[in-house]
Design a protein around this ligand. Sequence first.
Ligand code: GAL
Length: 389
Amino acid sequence: MMPWMRKITAFVFSAMLFFQGGGMLHVNMEKTVDGEAFPPGARWLDTDGNLIQAHGGQVQVMPVPDGNGGKKDCYVWIGENKTSGHLGNAVAVYTSEDLYHWTCHGDVLRPLSDVAQIDTDPYFAALYGELNAAERQHVRECIGTDMVIERPKMLYNAKNDNYVIWFHNDGPTEKNSYYYDIGMAGCAVSDSPFGPFRFVDRYRLSECPDGQIDCYPFSRGEARDMNLFLDEDGTGYIVYTSENNKTLYISRLNEDFTGLSGSEYGVDYIRIFPGAMREAPVLLRENGRYYLLSSSTTGWASNQARVWSSDAIFGKWRNDGNPCRGRGASVTFDTQSTTVFQAPNGSWIYGGDRWNAENLIDSRYVWLPVRFEDGRMSIEWRESWKWEN
Ligand code: GAL
């Protein structure tokens, strides 16, 4: 099936689920997160009074510069700045101490509109001025303002004391004008979480091993919606949808977090439930058990979440079904998964995107409480709530 046919079929299926799930969930559209509570889907302004632009993002605690030459732990929210619309999204970073008030640190990875900018704009000259003409052209081809730069995530690399961003990097090919034909993962590095990040390159990732059924053998090693996970032992992982969005993969990163650790199946990577057609993955660890949350593949339209769990990353994963409970649970409360993290009191929070396909810059964030019981994860609907309670 062609990608656009798949999206339409999935959209119709999603719409059926949506209405079955109780109709419109666009509540709290006019409310603003006010520092007292999280009303799901409300407008959320940063400390400068601007709409937060950190879509398809990730929230986590990591060391950041403290302003006195040292570092302090802080919440960091990285995501897509949708000011440019669908394509050429810069990657933005915000920080917070209390999860309600977020300070914007601007665009930490910027796309180029023209290769000449490397000569004319000091920002790009400092990052890419050393490159030869072919390398400069390659940077422009990968992170051009007409390319897909989505779902950016960041890890702090303790070994090198630097920061590494991975993101979904896509665009059309000579064979196909569809904007998601390249199917690669981009990587960028910086000494500061506030950038500027230098684009390193983009890559195809792990491939279906011999002896297993590849759900899309025509285009091997694809990587689209993705996320990063830092395990307690300091090992980094990238989790992503591959095989034309039919199969999720988890691959271990190398010690610098800038590439994969190797290509041995079960040691360096694993495929999870081939053919399940999942994307928007989130990998987390709670009380020694790993959880892998994901959405179905219906573009900007919401659909039903699913979670798998396992005692080991490269172990046997169990399908735990839909973790959502309460109003709108059949369509993930009209959101798509992007991050799960712990509040200062140790409780867990789900962060999802409520996409507005007609006006992507006004897509909203929905944060809800997550519970774990007997090795099962659930996400609960709330009209408005505080993490302190
Ligand atoms: C979604 C994906 C988003 C974006 C969108 C474009 O499935 O999760 O990140 O790529 O499709 O239609």
